[in-house]
Structure formats: structure tokens, C-alpha cells
Write a protein that binds this ligand. Sequence first.
Ligand code: NAP
Length: 285
Amino acid sequence: MKKLLFLFDTDPYASVFDTVVAYDGGADRVTGYANVTPDNVGALVDGTIFTRGGKEKQNTAIFVGGGDMGKGEALLKAVKKKFFGPFRVSVMLDPNGSNTTAAAGVALLAKATKLKGKKAVVLAGTGPVGMRAAAMLAQEGCDVTITSRSKERAEKAAQAIEARFGVKVKPMQGADEAARSKDLEGAQIVFAAGAIGVELVKISHWEGNPAIEAVADVNAQPPLGLQGIEATDKGKERDGKLCFGALGIGGLKLKLHRACIGKLFESSEAVFDAEEIYALAKEMA
Ligand code: NAP
């Protein structure tokens, strides 16, 4: 029986990246739907849960993606609401690679250094990856601050993180590189989660900072988020700080993403969201 993955994307196009990784993770056929919302997802879910029975059902699975964490979370909720009794299939949530990228980055940091009790700053922490990374760092016992160019966006993201994970993170404005470098004062862990190709801080803003122990940056396209690291860094020591670049993190992210896809087809009851994906990342790191 063919393993079928249905990709429900909240964006105007179903993600090519998620489609490729779904095949690489073991799906035999991936069908992408765009502009999926909680209002129109019902019939799509019905198609997944009413077509195969018993153990055969585990050959059908759902992936929820898109570029917006809030929309993805709302869609996952609507998908799960349709499930009842044995009428369910496994589902994974990973808008913009948020869960898998954040989990890979934080798991590598957790393996390299003790996180509990540390002060962590997630630069540009208002996007899907940054919000998930902030939550995972907080759940590891870090005192987490997220920055944004806008105070309102930082506050909104902090509220969304608390509502979803029950952890408090501090919102802080970092309108430009100089302001963001001030946000790093006292930080021991830095996680740069800015948009692709955007430099967030100069090397002088972090390299000489004696408090900083480890830095991670998930932006792979130059200029990198943290000037002075290399995208391929994977635990490389620079000026006494452990550095992880986007490709150093991306290797684990891809393996993790593929592994989650494979696991979707092992039962019809799995839900892969932040907690499950982070637990697997820690095993794989
Ligand atoms: P995103 O939503 O596109 O951007 C994250 C935040 O960056 C935004 O919320 C925004 O925050 C800030 N930002 C945007 N433009 C900026 C600018 N010109 N100056 C300063 N800040 C700016 O990012 P995402 O989807 O969460 O992804 C985060 C990063 O992870 C991206 O670089 C993405 O390419 C990368 N990624 C890496 C991997 C991997 O395997 N390495 C996988 C997936 C994604 P404010 O507007 O609140 O300031």
C-alpha cells in the first residue's frame, strides 16, 4: 500500500521544500494543497480518515506547513478537531521548518553546553523559527529574551509563546544593529533567527562579549545573521565561544525532518509538534 502524505499549506503555494523532504523521508506520493484554512480543511481531513481502515490507515498522513506559525497552529487544531475514535491519521506541524530548525539548533546547543539557568537571547525571535527556539530554550530552563525591530511584535510573539507553551519570555525591541547589540548584554546563549540574508549584529557586537558562551545562527544566505561565524560551523570555537551556523544546524534539521516524516507512517496516532520533534532532535543530536 502506498504511503500518502497530504501537505496542507497556509501559503498561496504548497511548499516545494516540504514536498522534497517528504519524499526523502519516505512518502510514496505527496499531494500539496495551498491556501488551506481551518474553514476549508474539513473535507480534506475527511478524505484522509475515511479511506483506509485498521493498520492500513497508518499509510496516510498529514503535514501542516506555511509561513505563519499562528495560522499553522490554528490549522493543526482544526485538523485534530476532525479526528474521533479510530478515525485519525498521524500529523506533523512545521511551518517554515520552524519546529525542525529550532529543535536542531537548540538540541545542538544543549549537547554542547549546559542551558539550564543561562540567559538566552533570540535575535529576531518573532518568526516561526525564533518563536519555537525561544520556547525550547525556555523549556530547557533558560531565561529567554526575544528581540524584534518592533516592541509590539516582540510582545505579541511573547504572548503567543506563553499561550502555547506556558513559559514566559521577555520581549525586547532591537530596532537596529546597535540596539540589538545592547540586547545581548549579559547573554550567555545567542540564537539568531532573523530573516534570510539579513545581518543582525556585527562581529564586534558579540565576539568580545565575555558573557557569551555559545551562538547559533539559522540564516544560511550571506550576509549571515551573526557576522563572523561561518554557515558550516558546528561547535567551532571562535574567541572562546561555541559557534553553530545554518549549515551546521541544517544537516541535523534535514535528518530530523525526514525522520519525522518516516515516523508519521509508523502509526495513525502520532502528532509531531514542538515537544515531540525536540525530543527526537535531542536523541539524534
Ligand atoms: P522570518 O519569519 O522570515 O524572519 C524572522 C524575523 O526576522 C522576522 O520576524 C523579523 O522580525 C526579522 N526581520 C525581517 N527582516 C529584517 C530586517 N531587515 N532586519 C532585521 N530583522 C528582520 O524567518 P523564519 O521563517 O522564522 O526563519 C528564520 C531563519 O531560519 C531564516 O533565515 C530562514 O532562512 C532560516 N531557516 C533555516 C533553516 C536551516 O536548516 N538552517 C531551515 C528553515 C529556516 P521583526 O519584524 O519582528 O523585527
